[in-house]
Design a protein around this ligand. Structure first.
Ligand SMILES: Cc1cc2nc3c(=O)[nH]c(=O)nc-3n(C[C@H](O)[C@H](O)[C@H](O)COP(=O)(O)O)c2cc1C
Length: 192
């Protein structure tokens, strides 16, 4: 069975609209993939601080970070669920990337530049944005970052499933948008 790594950065957990979209899609994909899931809001992840940075220089990497980096490097698919915060995504997701972007695991170098060591040809990014900011707008600084990290790690094509303007539509409109995005995701999941 092929492997799927789920990275959940939905800080509002069970209240999260993003997770409401992601969960049924994750359920559908779980039937076809062996899933390894990281629920970041439960993980107490910190940024690289001076102590951790020094330890990294000595080759001492936290076991969880090494394992997560290896799972990401070996994964056939990667799904990221993260709400749109401060024009990108919650800091816990950046802290996670900082901890698991590891030399000779997710990337290496060839003496001239960095070379990615991951192999997932497909990434799915699920997000909801409070303001009316569609994917691709210069105001969306979440998806460009994830594409850039994908270039460092050698991840393939990224599909974005988004609902935007969530904070400024009626509950009824929001439910319709969320349900149609779930349908879109379930359709995608059949062949993804
Ligand atoms: C801390 C925080 C920061 C946010 N920053 C933005 C922002 O910069 N731009 C925006 O469009 N919406 C912003 N929002 C609104 C969320 O993107 C929106 O409510 C989204 O649907 C929340 O997703 P969730 O229910 O999965 O947490 C922010 C919300 C929070 C709680």
């Amino acid at each position: 069975m092929k492997s799927l790594v789920i990275i959940d950065a939905c800080v509002r957990q069970s209240d999260s609209r993003t997770l409401r979209i992601a969960e049924p899609i994750i359920d559908a994909l779980s039937k076809r993939y062996k899933v390894t899931r990281y629920d970041l809001p439960e993980m107490d992840i910190v940024p690289l601080n001076p102590g951790l940075f020094k330890e990294r220089g000595l080759g001492e990497i936290p076991a969880w970070a090494r394992e997560a980096a290896s799972a990401i490097a070996k994964a056939d698919r990667i799904l990221i669920a993260a709400p749109f915060w401060d024009m990108s995504f919650p800091a816990v997701l950046k802290c996670f990337f900082e901890q698991v972007s590891l030399f000779d695991i997710t990337f290496t170098d060839n003496g001239k530049t960095c070379v990615g060591l991951c192999k997932a040809p497909k990434v799915l990014y699920i997000t909801t944005r409070g303001m009316d900011i569609p994917t691709g707008s210069f105001l969306d600084q979440g998806s460009p970052y994830l594409r850039a990290l994908g270039a460092l790690w050698n991840l393939g094509e990224m599909t974005v499933l988004d609902v935007h303007n969530t904070d400024y539509m009626s509950e009824e409109e929001l439910n319709l948008e969320i349900n149609s995005t779930i349908e879109e995701g379930l359709e995608l999941a059949k062949a993804w």
